[in-house]
Design a protein around this ligand. Structure first.
Ligand SMILES: NC(=O)c1ccc[n+]([C@@H]2O[C@H](COP(=O)([O-])OP(=O)(O)OC[C@H]3O[C@@H](n4cnc5c(N)ncnc54)[C@H](O)[C@@H]3O)[C@@H](O)[C@H]2O)c1
Length: 323
């Protein structure tokens, strides 16, 4: 039986990692939480302000590809489980510098898999529904859908997943993979879609929509994603993949309109720009395996939680005096 007693969480200074820190610190039986983060341009120690006061939390700056370091952390802290959220996740950046994605996502994950194997520690690998590429309506991606990544970031996440699945198969290693849809929530990096839209609207600047803007994503609140990862760690079958989604499909244009409505700004700020090559027409996920197997389901309603997130991002812009 897997235990949350002493956890190594990688990528904990990022958007989803810092949300997971808050969930794990509230979880029953947690005695030690070690956050390992390389603090790339997406990592921010400020995301841990608040939880960093908790004496059970340790922060270590370092790379998941550093086998010696991760090995030492597992031994010194008697780690009972690893959650791997360390990754490069900016699709646009992956078009310019794919080698960073190979290092952090593929090499990094395969090193961590090896560390966990040698210490016989279970691993939860956090992945994305982007590994499946586009899916046409009325279908939704299911766990067994063939992988079909359409950009270097998604390709590197798919490769990382395959290393995990291969280790589970050939060594019987205890690894569970979750693949979530697009997250919204507090502390997301300023370059991501929702914060970018809020920033533009807040400053009465154009919201740039690539192409027609009818590309569909499933939106999940980051707290639902975190609850799903913890449920998968505690109850998931070794070697299994679980899809997590918010059961909330929205177009990119719809998200932009919602942001403008919430902030009381005119729809004239919407400005269409040329399509980018990495923009899949539709992502959608079928979460029935997670619902049946993990006893998990999304709890947050987009209608009520999205406005709170948008207002929080806007309030932070106001507070920081960003001009
Ligand atoms: N954001 C989403 O909508 C979304 C959706 C599905 C899955 N995911 C997955 O969730 C995970 C976290 O995503 P996020 O949005 O929080 O990303 P993020 O960019 O906000 O955070 C990633 C963190 O990982 C750290 N990191 C990167 N490479 C590292 C390395 N080699 N060693 C140690 N730390 C390293 C960064 O410094 C950063 O703090 C990723 O695996 C991502 O693929 C994200």
């Amino acid at each position: 039986m897997r235990q949350l007693r002493s956890i190594l969480l990688t990528g904990g200074a990022g958007f989803i990692g810092s949300a997971l820190v808050r969930h794990l610190l509230r979880a029953k039986g947690l005695e030690r939480l070690v956050v390992l983060d390389k603090l790339t341009c997406a990592g921010n120690r400020g995301n841990l302000i608040g939880p960093d006061q908790d004496p059970r939390l340790d922060f270590v700056e370092g790379d998941i590809a550093d086998h010696e370091l991760t090995n030492r952390l597992l031994r010194e802290h008697h780690i009972t489980g690893v959650f791997n959220l360390a990754a490069d996740s900016h699709i646009e950046r992956s078009l310019q510098s794919p080698a960073d994605f190979v290092h952090n996502n593929v090499l990094g994950t395969s090193c961590l898999v090896e560390t966990c194997r040698s210490a016989a520690v279970p691993l939860l690998q956090c992945s994305t529904d982007e590994v499946y590429g586009p899916v046409s309506p009325p279908d939704r991606s299911v766990e067994i859908k063939p992988l079909n990544p359409t950009n270097p970031c998604a390709a590197s996440k798919a490769a990382a997943d395959l290393f995990c699945l291969a280790a589970a198969r050939c060594h019987g290693q205890d690894i569970v993979i979750t693949r979530s849809s697009d997250n919204y929530g507090p502390r997301q990096h300023a370059e991501k879609l929702v914060p970018t839209f809020v920033h533009a609207a807040f400053h009465d600047q154009p919201i740039l929509i690539p192409g027609h803007g009818m590309q569909i994503r499933d939106w999940i609140h980051v707290d639902d994603h975190c609850r799903g990862m913890i449920a998968a760690f505690l109850k998931g079958q070794p070697g299994a993949v679980y899809l997590l989604g918010g059961q909330c499909e929205r177009t990119i244009l719809g998200i932009a309109r919602s942001v403008l409505e919430i902030l009381g700004k005119p729809s004239s700020l919407i400005t269409h720009v040329p399509e980018t090559p990495d923009n899949d027409e539709r992502h959608a996920v079928d979460c029935s395996k997670a619902v049946a197997g993990l006893g998990w389901k999304p709890q947050e309603r987009f209608r009520s939680s999205f406005p709170l997130v948008v207002r929080e991002i806007a309030a932070n812009l106001q507070g920081s005096g960003v001009a």
